[in-house]
Ligand binder design. Structure first.
Ligand code: SF4
Ligand code: SF4
Length: 313
């Protein structure tokens, strides 16, 4: 109880009321596909965590957009995530250590938490010519991944680059870039997107802390709670050509269909993600709502298979 009171006092100091926090927990619980009876338990994961799993976050070939999206998640604030829920032992973007000190930190974190840490990987791995086209601290991405990932309790590939190769693996792929799973021949939990919605990573971690296991995955290794439906099936623009009232309002079926972005190259029918319900920037909007067609960023090989963008396929 003392722990919980201290948590809520800290929230108040940050300008987050208990009501807003519970609203967030309700949203997160629904996003995770759990019934509303789990809301108090989800709140407890944040307010009185029983364990803080160690996390080692590796950066390979990427733009750091996934870290950016995660660090900018409105709630939980990143310092709460880092200090209260997870024990982040290594993350090159936010850690104070640099150079040899950082390399030492990685080695000692892996040794200390062997078999217990969650390894989150951002970025694809070069495999051609022994992976020489991607290096950190004088070692190839491949070498680092081969050493660290097998020692983790679970490996989460965050973003389309680590989940499926991303832009690095687009044709002609001169560096032989591959996803973490393909490069190492291991199973990973994939949270694709360019960038992925932070709520899907938070939902995955909360699922792990709450139920003691990772969420159910689809055949592409993605949590089903987030990637179980197509963008098109959840899109509010769809109602405009499927709903008689809208057709009447727009004057004709053709005019109502014009509100849909399919003819502008929208890949919503072939893309699976929860953007229409989870939205971005604290639930403000999402690309199709803002008038931009979905480009299929959470699907494998989207740079090769969904292009040219802005053209109907
Ligand atoms: S805008 Fe895209 S996702 Fe929405 S209804 Fe049209 S094709 Fe489907
Ligand atoms: S709407 Fe499509 S392209 Fe945009 S973030 Fe969602 S899955 Fe990616």
């Amino acid at each position: 109880m003392e722990k919980e009171n201290a948590f809520y006092a800290k929230l108040e100091q940050k300008g987050v009321s208990r009501r807003n926090f519970m609203r967030y927990c309700t949203f997160l619980t629904a996003t995770m596909g759990l019934s509303s009876s789990f809301v108090p338990k989800v709140a407890e994961v944040f307010a009185a965590p029983k364990q803080r799993p160690p996390v080692i976050w590796l950066h390979f070939a990427e733009c750091t957009g996934c870290s950016e999206a995660f660090l900018r998640s409105e709630y939980p604030h990143v310092d709460d995530l880092i200090l209260d829920i997870l024990s982040v032992e290594y993350h090159e973007t936010i850690m104070a250590a640099a150079g040899h000190q950082a390399e030492e930190q990685l080695k000692s974190a892996v040794k200390q938490h062997k078999g217990k840490f969650i390894c989150i990987v951002e970025g694809a791995i070069s495999t051609k010519d022994n992976g020489v086209y991607g290096m950190v601290g004088g070692r190839t991405f491949l070498e680092i991944a081969k050493e660290v990932c097998p020692q983790a309790a679970a490996v989460i590939s965050i973003g389309t680059c680590s989940a499926y190769g991303g832009v690095q693996a687009a044709k002609p792929n001169p560096g032989g870039y591959k996803s973490v799973s393909e490069a190492l021949g291991i199973k990973t939990l994939n949270i694709p997107g360019c960038p992925p919605n932070p709520v899907n990573l938070i939902g995955t971690v909360v699922n792990y802390l709450l139920l003691g296991k990772l969420p159910a995955l689809d055949d592409l290794g993605r949590p089903s709670f987030a990637y179980g439906k197509s963008i098109h099936d959840q899109c509010p623009r769809r109602s405009h050509f499927e709903n008689d009232a809208f057709v009447t309002e727009f004057g004709s079926e053709e005019a109502a269909l014009g509100y849909c972005l399919y003819k502008m190259g929208c890949r919503g029918p072939d893309t699976f993600n929860n953007c229409p319900t989870a939205k971005f920037n604290a639930g403000t909007s999402w690309p199709v709502e803002a008038g931009h067609p979905c480009i299929g960023c959470s699907q494998p090989n989207f740079w090769d298979e969904m292009t040219p963008f802005y053209k109907e396929q």
